[in-house]
Design a protein. Structure first.
Length: 240
């Protein structure tokens, strides 16, 4: 079944209710990269906001790492947010210069992610937000579990809800029940203005390697992905 807005908001609502992600009068910052995942999440949350019994606010924050995002790209995101009646905030940084030019990191993703999260958290706090919504979907969770097992020997994954003790912010991931292929289908069906990731490391990461590993393993282990997700459900429900 093709993903439409009703199904998208239904799965997001199911996740929000299962893990208690929203409280009355929450002001939620959505990390908006311009990619398919964050555009889909913002669309789903903005539609859900119109009828959800618990009132909440949304703010979209784009952390510009300084790696080729054009002014036209920024206008595209701003216009998209305006169409959803969501305030858009553009945060300019020099993360690319720090990671790729100053530090010349051989494995840049970890430091880049840390700096981006720091900039996002700071802006969210300035806006008076209590929560940040990340656009991790089901495949992101499964791939992270596999990465931790294969690369670090840990059976671990980020949970649907994370409390950041230092800032007091809470991170929520409302697309836990949504497959990546459905996100892709939704963005095409709704003609969302997806912006290509300008990062020079895009598509050449350990996560991409694990994604390919899982995809190629389906011929031999057709139920592997389903079973990995079941293991995550047990982990997050505290029954492992």
């Amino acid at each position: 079944m093709s993903m439409d807005t009703q199904r998208l908001t239904g799965l997001i609502r199911q996740c929000i209710q299962k893990y208690g992600m929203i409280a009355p009068e929450d002001r939620i910052a959505v990390g908006l990269s311009g990619g398919k995942d964050s555009l889909t999440l913002l669309t789903g949350l903005s539609k859900l906001r119109s009828y959800y019994p618990i009132p909440f606010e949304l703010h979209a924050i784009h952390v510009d790492v300084g790696a080729g995002m054009t002014e036209e790209n920024i206008r595209t995101m701003a216009d998209f947010c305006a169409s959803l009646n969501v305030p858009f905030h553009h945060v300019r940084t020099e993360i690319y210069q720090i990671v790729f030019e100053l530090r010349k990191e051989k494995n840049p993703c970890s430091l880049c992610a840390k700096l981006r999260k720091g900039a996002l958290n700071q802006k969210a706090l300035e806006l008076g937000c209590s929560k940040i919504a990340y656009a991790h979907h089901k495949d992101d969770f499964i791939e992270t579990l596999m990465m931790n097992l294969m690369l670090e020997g840990r059976c671990d994954c980020f949970p649907p809800v994370t409390q950041l003790d230092r800032t007091g912010l809470q991170v929520v991931r409302p697309m836990f029940f949504i497959d990546e292929r459905d996100v892709t289908g939704f963005t095409r069906r709704m003609a969302l203005p997806v912006i290509k990731n300008p990062c020079p490391a895009d598509g050449r990461t350990r996560r991409q390697d694990v994604k390919e590993f899982i995809r190629h393993s389906r011929a031999t282990f057709p139920d592997a992905r389903k079973n990995l997700f079941s293991a995550l459900m047990l982990m997050f429900d505290g029954t492992r």
